[in-house]
Design a protein around this ligand. Structure first.
Ligand SMILES: [Cu+2]
Length: 437
């Protein structure tokens, strides 16, 4: 991430002239493909049996039987069926212009990277600025933030600012607050950083795949003066993003996405793309009619046995599973702050050995009274801040006490596990056998 000094440059507009026409044409094709690709990342699922309680037979016997379908994606509503979006930079209304306030400007993109969770386990992931997790924002409450978000993939994305109070046009939810950001496009998010606390951001398009792969990052809004420092004078501030992957699902879906794009590309070039098959409609009523007439088989009508089953088998902290996780450093007499952000979609019970800690904030907001715990229940999407005091030198495990999630593909120990490590003491004993890195 780069942060530019004020005043930020005005966004460049689409150039005019014949070159621009070419760009438009290319973008049109790209974007139209992206729309259908989004709905068509089918990856060869078939209707094999009726979903319980649904009249599935007419779908199974109909024109779409056996057709490739989106397995967990959904339909889109686009006014003209094509879904194409012109122009390279999208500037939604709802926030002050560059002239009205001083923006802190951040440029981020999304690209596909190969990320290593553990030696031997590498996955293609959507990643902000190519990082897993995405870059960590540190801003001050009240700052005006401008994020130029560029989509450098062939799939669509958005950014949702989780826990930030902002204009609804900046909330990053496709089909509800904005059009998805198409390949090659830049979408400009502008908002004021508030309220203070541990917040985060993630993609809201095909969230089960995109946010769960790696499109998530911390958005820390600091207070100008931190009242918690009076009671807990911490000198270091750690962020731990909790993550989980079903690597088979992720691999299959990423491959399916690429395959789906190829198929849609071919159909488009031959003029054979059927909008109902690929799941995009002018509006909700058209979608409803298509489902009721059997012309369109919505993903949720497909059998659960042929549909998606996500069973997370790798659990991670900041992109790595134990023993590849990074240790948390502490010194004797030091207070540290640890911000837990649950990006995994599962619940975790983080337990620290050898210490109690003080739970001071949830979802970014300070608790009326800190609570003394040694295990904290971390809910999906939630953020939890704890303070740890260094008064017991040693190496202390900090891990998910759901032991199925402290494993790598079923093998214990692993997964969501790290070590609180004192940096200023001589160990009196070190095991001769270790799985540590
Ligand atoms: Cu995305």
């Amino acid at each position: 991430m780069t942060q530019r000094k004020q005043p930020p440059a005005a966004p460049e507009r689409q150039p005019e002239g014949s070159e621009a026409t070419d760009i438009h044409r290319r973008r049109f094709l790209q974007n139209a493909l992206a729309v259908t690709g989004g709905a068509a990342l089918a990856a060869g699922s078939r209707i094999t049996q009726a979903a319980e309680g649904m009249d599935h037979s007419r779908h199974a016997m109909g024109a779409h039987a056996g057709h490739r379908m989106d397995r967990y994606g959904s339909m889109m509503f686009t006014k003209d069926h094509s879904g194409h979006m012109m122009g390279g930079i999208i500037e939604p209304p709802g926030a002050p212009s560059d002239d009205e306030v001083d923006y802190k400007v951040f440029d981020i993109d999304v690209r596909i990277v190969q990320h290593e969770i553990l030696p031997g386990i590498r996955l293609h992931m959507f990643a902000f600025n190519g990082q897993v997790p995405g870059p960590e924002f540190h801003v001050t409450e009240g700052d005006w933030i401008k994020v130029n978000f560029t989509n450098n993939t062939e799939e669509m994305h958005t950014i949702h600012w989780h826990g930030i109070t902002l204009p609804y046009t900046m909330d990053g939810v496709p089909m509800i607050t904005q059009d998805p950001v198409h390949p090659g496009q830049t979408f400009v998010y502008r908002f004021q950083a508030k309220p203070a606390g541990t917040r985060w951001y993630h993609c809201h398009w095909s969230t089960p795949l995109h946010a769960a792969t790696a499109m998530h990052g911390a958005f820390i809004v600091h207070r100008k003066e931190e009242p918690l420092k009076e009671r807990f004078p911490y000198t270091r501030d750690y962020t731990l993003m909790l993550e989980a992957w079903d690597i088979d699902f992720a691999r299959e879906e990423m491959n399916g996405l690429l395959e789906g794009m190829k198929e849609v590309n071919l159909l488009m070039s031959k003029g054979l793309l059927d909008y109902k098959t690929h799941g995009f409609f002018k509006d909700y009523d058209e979608f409803k009619r298509a489902v009721e007439s059997g012309e369109y088989v919505a993903p949720y009508l497909q059998s659960r046995s042929s549909g998606v089953r996500v069973r997370q088998n790798f659990f991670a902290i900041n992109g790595k599973s134990y023993p590849a996780t990074k240790r948390i450093g502490i010194r004797q007499g030091e207070w540290i702050r640890v911000r837990l952000i649950n990006a995994s979609g599962l619940s975790h019970h983080m337990h620290l050995h050898g210490h109690d800690f003080w739970w001071v904030a949830q979802d970014g907001n300070d608790l009326p009274e800190p609570r003394r715990l040694n295990t904290i229940h971390v809910e999906p999407g939630g953020t939890y801040d704890i303070m740890i005091y260094g008064d017991n030198p040693g190496f202390w495990t900090f891990h998910d006490h759901k032991t199925t999630q402290a494993r790598n593909n079923g093998i214990y120990p692993g997964g969501m596990l790290t070590v609180l490590a004192y940096e200023d003491f001589e160990p009196t004993y070190v095991p001769s056998v270790s799985v540590d890195q």
